[in-house]
Design a protein around this ligand. Structure first.
Ligand code: ZN
Length: 235
């Protein structure tokens, strides 16, 4: 209900499209129709050792970036749906085979969730599962990851610092994992943006340490790297 009210407030209080700035919806029809329609592998450079294949729908700039930031920082909940649908494209590309899917959102720090008033990654992951179910896939969300205390904000840290900051920063509670045991679902870690891959790799490590096999990483967008291999844009 609060989502509906917030989405309504966006309209009533005079919002503007995050893509082009036109007054009206948080994402106008033109910008929406210009969103990617497919996802592809998006490997960070350098790639963290052992990282499972990461997928994204496009580069982290332009409308995609504005959507992610607006949703996360400005709580523009009208963007949850289009972001979730983009994330669903990445999940579908990562898990082209049939079979049930288990989407595991990268956890937000509890303090960040309190400050923002919502958990944007969880919200878009739930929406992605819904979109996948709409295409006939069996898809559920399981919050199998928790952050441990003492993790600094990643912003402003170089790649090697991020890895050091994140090592051991997540855990997968045994009880939560046990509830999923025996489901034989493809596990896909979901996040908003793949930057250095450090967060995704730590999420993968924590799940694997709990005995959960991870198929892939799915994100809305990936930052473009300056060095090869170049980011491959979706066809
Ligand atoms: Zn627009």
């Amino acid at each position: 209900m609060s989502t509906l009210l917030d989405a309504g407030a966006d309209l009533l209080l005079g919002s503007a499209c995050v893509g082009c700035g036109d007054p009206g919806r948080v994402l106008c029809a033109d910008c929406r129709s210009g969103l990617p329609g497919a996802a592809a592998e998006a490997w960070p450079t350098p790639t963290p050792a052992g990282l499972v294949p990461p997928f994204a729908t496009g580069a982290y700039d332009g409308t995609l970036r504005s959507m992610v930031v607006g949703h996360k920082e400005r709580r523009l909940l009208g963007l949850t749906r289009p972001l979730g649908e983009l994330l669903a494209l990445s999940v579908a590309a990562a898990a082209a085979a049939t079979g049930p899917l288990l989407l595991v959102p990268v956890p937000s720090r509890p303090a960040a969730v309190r400050a923002r008033g919502h958990d944007p990654t969880l919200a878009m992951t739930r929406r992605a599962a819904r979109a996948l179910r709409g295409t006939g896939r069996e898809a559920d969300v399981a919050r199998l990851l928790r952050t441990r205390a003492g993790v600094a904000d990643q912003a402003g840290l170089a790649a090697d610092q991020r890895h050091a900051n994140l090592a051991g920063s997540m855990a997968s509670p045994t009880r939560a994992v046990r509830r999923q045991a025996g489901r034989r679902a493809h596990v896909v870690i979901c996040d908003d943006v793949i930057t250095t891959g450090a967060t995704a790799r730590e999420a993968q490590r924590a799940l694997e340490a709990a005995g959960v096999a991870v198929l892939a990483i799915a994100a809305v967008a990936a930052t473009e790297r300056r060095h090869p291999p170049p980011y491959r844009r979706p066809e």
